[in-house]
Design a binder for this molecule. Sequence first.
Ligand code: NAD
Ligand code: MG
Length: 375
Amino acid sequence: MTSRGVAILGSTGSIGTTALRVLDRHRERFHVTALTAFTNATLLAEQERIFSPSFVGLVSETEHSEWRCGEACLVEAATKPDVDIVLNAVVGAAGLKATLAALEAGKRVALANKESLVMGGHLVADAARSGHGELIPVDSEHSAILQCIAGRPRSEIRRLVLTASGGPFRSWTREQLGTATLADALRHPTWQMGRKITVDSATLANKALEVIEAHFLFDVPYDRIDVVVHPQSVVHSFVEFVDGSVLAQLGVPSMELPILYALTYPDRIADSGVPQFDPVALSPLEFEPVRRADFPMLDLGVAAGRAGGAAPAVFNAANEQAVALFLGGSIRFRDIARLVESALSAQSAAPGGSLDAILAADANARRHIQELSGC
Ligand code: NAD
Ligand code: MG
């Protein structure tokens, strides 16, 4: 068996560290060839010592005797000749250029960084086509859908149904949501994740990003992608086929399996780190409609996806900026949706044909949020 080289962009984060745990168990199949982080030099040095990659990049620094520094290290890591698979586990828009570069260089991209696909879905598809790269989702819902589709043609798919945990505020009243604090928003009931995606799960912006992600990954129109709340996070999503049959993929909430599957796809291998499935212990499994009026970020994001052009990039950037303000204590929970809605109504018609246009829309949306919030 030839060992495949893996680059992990964002190796110090929640997905990055989980991926290293997975790779550590499969050292005969994979070797780590590149690691990058934003600021955490201490953890990065520790990971370098354990995995001996040929390339280490630290974005936030300008000089280091042995490592590559600055933003360009992401694209460099993603395109190295000894890299077969790029696990993009960077959070936010910062991951886009590396996704494009890796696909253009013919790599497999195991994509956790859904923001790349939301911002530049068409650009990502073009890059994969022209460079013969391959895009495999790491997001648990999309991994579930990929596993259910299992090679069947698009014409047989009637509908995708993404599951959503509902986040920490699933059963909060509209009035209670007005008093939600940062600590409340960071208390996710079923998943341990980075702070940005945890807040996105509380607003349901994460599910909007995932609907757009599913649209681009599986080429399914928006009116055939639904969302259902499933508080236990055991059913990771459903695929309904034209004959009415519905397949789902199930398991205890753990990112280890979707990460491993993105590395080995279409093969399955033993030792995924997932405990044995026990349907009785996991009972009951519940499903509820989404409270769309109380969590407006879902419809705002899906509308941006439907509008196309740069609208999804505006939604993504405005959300990133608003969440950063919320994490910094400058705005309240419900301000996130208010600010994002304003950015979208100001800029939803922005063109999105090129990378420059997408990046300009991203920058304008961030500026809009800064000005409106006075922060
Ligand atoms: P995190 O905040 O824990 O980690 C982010 C990583 O990206 C860190 O290694 C950090 O150093 C790096 N990073 C941050 N800003 C950067 C920048 N400007 N330039 C370069 N590197 C930067 O986040 P996470 O929870 O691991 O999420 C990573 C991505 O995976 C996100 O897109 C998220 O939506 C997606 N995702 C996460 C989970 C999960 O369980 N955590 C599940 C599904 C999808
Ligand atoms: Mg997900």
